[in-house]
Design a protein. Structure first.
Lengths: 109, 288
């Protein structure tokens, strides 16, 4: 696991049925591109988050593939329609095999 | 001929555009900076007395940025500098050095112990008989009270701890003292501000006093206020301390720069900070 990785999510705890809510996510990560060199001239190995997904009650909301040009601390803001009370699950996949997760409960009513 | 004409046409435009927001479409002089929908920050106010001969109104650099960049500072979740401020709070609470102390051991909770400090730094330290920046004070504490290694003046850790401390003063008006024991240092800073340097022969004032609001190629020149420091720059994706920025500016005039932490930059920081007396401390601001 890379150092200092911390997922964060900002989501409303309540929504009206069928409402599109704004979700903000950010994960602190160096996103080392694999293109840069050390002072001694050797390549710094690539280490990035390569995929991010969001599910609502098991149904996919967004599925993002990431490549080395994505900047440090990747931030995603998107909308999701909330049909019923349930759980938003956020998952980030690291190059090194680590998986980081966060979840938010949204209540309808 | 055509080429010359277009250059002359541009010159006429530039004069017509005038100073202070005239030439730039992206800035709204009356935009309001409200963070998280609740903390209202002063980004435009009357110039302090010592500056009255030069400018009437002082503006935060936030006003000169594009609306998208401005919006990023209005939500702490979106402002990447907040990650460093959080890391700085962890450093503040972490025990380090031979004395087994953290910053919190002496100063208590950061929200109480560090409140209001950013607004008055750089300031006179009576015991040491010198003007001190916040970075100098941090390192003095680390060495003499904690028995810890000092941080490098410009470094990730120093940027983080200064960010954390500055955040505790967010919203308070900058109010650095310019008289009494600091008067000589302040005068030195003022002298440096108006001294032209480098192959391009530019002083701080050439851009930030005489031409703020105008474009310098693709950049919208601000007044060069430092009320928002430390600042997270999208340009280099990290926290930038005041002396880091000074160094960048002096380098851009194509001069040999002073070193971060040097007496010249300390004096300049005091003077430039005093030009922003009255603007809000923005804690960790965000710029391009």
């Amino acid at each position: 696991m890379a150092d200092g990785v911390k997922p964060r999510v900002k989501a409303p705890s309540k929504a009206a049925a069928g409402e599109a809510v704004v979700l903000k996510t950010l994960i602190s990560h160096t996103m080392e591109s694999g293109q840069r060199k050390n002072k001694d001239g050797s390549l710094i190995p690539r280490s990035i988050i390569n995929r991010f997904t969001c599910d609502f009650n098991g149904k996919s909301v967004i599925d993002v593939e990431m490549h080395p040009a994505i900047s440090t601390n990747p931030y995603f803001e998107f909308e999701a329609v909330i049909p019923e009370t349930g759980e938003l699950k956020f998952t980030w996949y690291d190059d090194d095999g680590s998986v980081y997760e966060d979840a938010k409960q949204v209540t309808v009513g | 001929m055509t080429k010359l004409k277009s250059i002359r046409a541009f010159a006429v435009l530039a004069v017509a555009g005038g100073v202070a927001f005239g030439g730039a479409a992206q800035a709204d002089e009356n935009a309001e900076l409200i963070v998280n929908g609740e903390i209202k920050l002063v980004t435009k106010t009357a110039a302090p007395d010592h500056l009255k001969d030069a400018v009437d109104t002082i503006y935060s650099g936030w006003l000169f940025r594009e609306t998208g960049t401005q919006a990023m500072q209005m939500d702490d979740f979106v402002n990447p500098g907040m990650l460093d401020a959080e890391a700085g709070i962890e450093l503040y609470n972490a025990v380090d050095g031979t004395e087994g102390k953290s910053c919190a051991s002496c100063h208590g909770d950061i929200a109480e112990g560090m409140k209001g400090l950013r607004a008055v730094y750089p300031k006179w330290n009576e015991a040491a008989g010198e003007v001190r920046t916040m970075e100098m004070q941090v390192n003095d504490c680390r060495e003499t009270r904690m028995g810890a290694e000092p941080y490098k003046y410009i470094s990730r850790e120093m940027g983080q701890i200064v960010s954390a401390v500055s955040l505790q003063s967010r919203g308070e008006p900058v109010n650095v003292a310019i008289d009494g024991p600091v008067a000589a240092t302040w005068a030195q800073g003022k002298e440096l501000y108006y001294t032209r340097t480098g192959i391009l022969d530019l002083s701080c004032a050439s851009c930030h006093e005489e031409n703020y609001g105008n474009m310098i190629r693709a950049d919208h020149l601000s007044q060069g206020q430092i009320n928002g420091f430390p600042v997270y720059r999208l340009n280099n994706a990290k926290i930038n301390q005041v002396h880091d920025r000074f160094k960048g500016c002096v380098r851009d005039t194509r001069a040999e720069t002073y070193n971060p932490g040097s007496s010249e930059f300390i004096a300049l920081e005091l003077y430039v900070a005093s030009r922003g007396n009255g603007l809000s401390v923005e804690g960790v601001s965000l710029r391009n």
